[in-house]
Design a protein around this ligand. Sequence first.
Ligand code: NAD
Length: 296
Amino acid sequence: MSEAFILDGKALASALHAQVHDAVETVKRQNHVTPGLAVVLVGEDPASHVYVRTKAERCREAGMASFIHRLPASVREQDLLTLVHGLNLNYDVHGILVQLPLPDHIAEHLVLEAIAPDKDVDGFHVLNAGRLLNGVPGALAPCTPVGCLLLIRSFARDLSGMRAVVVGRSNIVGKPMALLLLQQDCTVTVAHSRSRDLAEECRRADILVAAAGRPKMVQGDWIKPGAIVVDVGINRITGDDGKVRLVGDVDFAAARDVAGAITPVPGGVGPMTVACLLRNTLIATCRQHNLELPGF
Ligand code: NAD
């Protein structure tokens, strides 16, 4: 069998980025509104710092305003909530993102639920999660699964009737991914750490989304020939040469000989997540100013 088509997240994200940039320019010119994203970062986690920097850079490249609030890991929960309430009332801020994870002494759900739902560009607020569950059109949905869906649909437009298996049931990836695939009329299975015979579940999938955070867990012989494979996992492993590198949850080398299409790590889902964050910020801005929503 021939090698799988590579779902190039970098290229697709760059195209989406260009569309957002053009739409931002139009909104600025016609409506005198500059979409603004506020990112709140608590603590010193190095990976979170890199993510936040990348998000802010992409934001500015798209012509949006970016506001970063860095707080010490020792910040009081009440002070973080006060900052979020202030951002909710700030007219220059259309999207608010609190970078996770938060320190243990802060109740994550309280902070996420303090964000105004219309500014919740991560789509983690219970109201937006509920809207997604109910299939309310245009709900602000979490960026990573939306990015996965765009990657899948760049290869197969009509997913109706396909059997989809999502490995992982987190609130930020697995569950919303399953709901988005259900909206596309897939027959969806959510597998997780307690699932029996995970390999057999995966082998049934026309669409397989791996989001477990387990390096190279999905083997080549877990994949149905011709399946679309989306690898969400970001795992840092140390190679024999002592160098740290990123691998996904799928054994890419083995899987590409079997799959019909597959995302690489890095360069697959990661760039799409950031591009979808900008898209959500644009959507949130348009909603807040009663502007026509972008058609992409
Ligand atoms: P999480 O730890 O919150 O959830 C992991 C899920 O995987 C859990 O539901 C668990 O039941 C399941 N799981 C764990 N071990 C398993 C096993 N052996 N077999 C089957 N299921 C298993 O993680 P998350 O936040 O959903 O992230 C998942 C992965 O995706 C991580 O590697 C994370 O770094 C990555 N991620 C990537 C992006 C991106 O932009 N590319 C965004 C978010 C998360």
